[in-house]
Design a protein around this ligand. Structure first.
Ligand SMILES: NC(=O)c1ccc[n+]([C@@H]2O[C@H](COP(=O)([O-])OP(=O)(O)OC[C@H]3O[C@@H](n4cnc5c(N)ncnc54)[C@H](O)[C@@H]3O)[C@@H](O)[C@H]2O)c1
Length: 305
């Protein structure tokens, strides 16, 4: 049993990580300012040491990480519209948050920092096949630039201070408890309400939808095995068009909703990458595991209670 700090632990991915860690018997400290409410299930929450604490609060991060074996740094401002409207808060949370977390990790001799990076870092990278960690990245949004800055900062902290870390480039994670800032819950809500499913543009843009349980499994396997300072994709390796996602959601919900094509708001333009799907080869070579949940299976699981 280990003591761990999870920043952003009340959010979508964080709450699943918290749930898994609590069930495995770890002592879990959560730091979160509840921007989207608290997604930790009630029975699990009772077993967590929760702090309404901001990652931009240096002293608090130092205090909360005392005695921890791992710090999972998942707190972030995200969601295309949210980031487009709040670039300063997005970048401050990333840059100041990471500065505080690294200082806390170093001061308290935390064994490893596990950082939630993003596939958004690839931005407009040239893509002929699935994206691998070694291609030249091209982030263009405040969110993706700040994530890349942090990856580089972690590399510097390893070189300068020997601080161990792993950055996880998540690819469109989906699952229970996600809110409708993201496309999967938005389409599900529309389909279940019998309203038009609104697809931006022609729907031919692609993404790689990775199921939450696979994401958590990969995260925990890399927490144990990753060495030094490294970066891993966590991707399902399936290139899915947004239109195919809309059809899959219609199918699993048995919805009669029409699919409606609308123009993306101008503020989303930098986010509207045409193709994005990842390779999890590096993850597989390290751990023997890679995400493999079929999209319809994952979507169906969201609907089950
Ligand atoms: N969901 C995805 O598909 C996806 C993809 C790539 C990367 N990520 C990364 O994974 C992590 C988790 O994402 P998520 O989908 O669970 O998002 P989320 O918005 O559901 O959770 C983020 C949490 O961070 C908290 N937070 C924000 N600012 C904070 C601050 N200053 N101090 C403390 N807490 C703060 C929020 O209150 C929220 O609970 C984020 O770092 C995100 O950038 C997510």
């Amino acid at each position: 049993m280990s003591k761990v700090l999870i920043t952003g632990g009340a959010g979508f991915i964080g709450s699943h990580l918290v749930e898994r860690m609590v069930k495995e018997g770890h002592e879990v400290i959560v730091a979160d300012i509840l921007l989207r409410g608290n997604k930790i299930p009630r029975d699990i929450f009772k077993q967590v040491n929760f702090h309404n604490a901001d990652v931009r609060d240096r002293a608090k991060m130092i205090e909360l990480s005392k005695g921890c074996k791992y710090v999972f740094h998942f707190a972030a401002v995200l969601g295309v519209d949210v980031v487009a409207d709040n670039p300063v808060e997005t970048m401050d949370t990333e840059a100041i948050g990471m500065r505080n977390i690294t200082e806390a990790v170093l001061l308290n001799d935390v064994e490893k920092l596990i950082y939630a990076s993003t596939s958004g870092i690839y931005g407009h990278s040239a893509i002929s096949d699935s994206l691998t960690e070694d291609i030249i990245v091209d982030p263009r949004t405040s969110y993706a630039i700040a994530k890349r800055y942090n990856e580089i900062y972690l590399a510097a902290m390893f070189e300068e201070k020997g601080m161990k870390s792993v950055s996880l480039r998540f690819f469109n994670v989906y699952g229970k408890r996600q809110d409708n800032r993201m496309v999967v819950p938005r389409f599900l809500e529309q389909a279940l309400a019998g309203e038009p499913i609104t697809v931006f543009g022609d729907g031919k843009q692609t993404r790689d939808f990775t199921y939450i349980d696979d994401t958590i499994e990969a995260t925990l396997q890399l927490t144990e095995t990753a060495k030094g300072c490294d970066i891993y994709n966590i991707a399902n390796e399936e290139e899915t068009t947004i239109l195919d996602l809309a059809h899959a959601i219609k199918k699993v919900t048995k919805s009669t909703s029409e699919i409606k094509f609308i123009d993306a708001p101008k503020k989303r333009y930098d986010y509207e990458v045409e193709r994005r799907f990842g390779s999890s080869e590096k993850l597989f070579n390290k751990t023997g595991f890679k995400p493999n949940t079929d999209l319809e299976v994952g979507l169906t699981a969201i609907l089950e209670d």
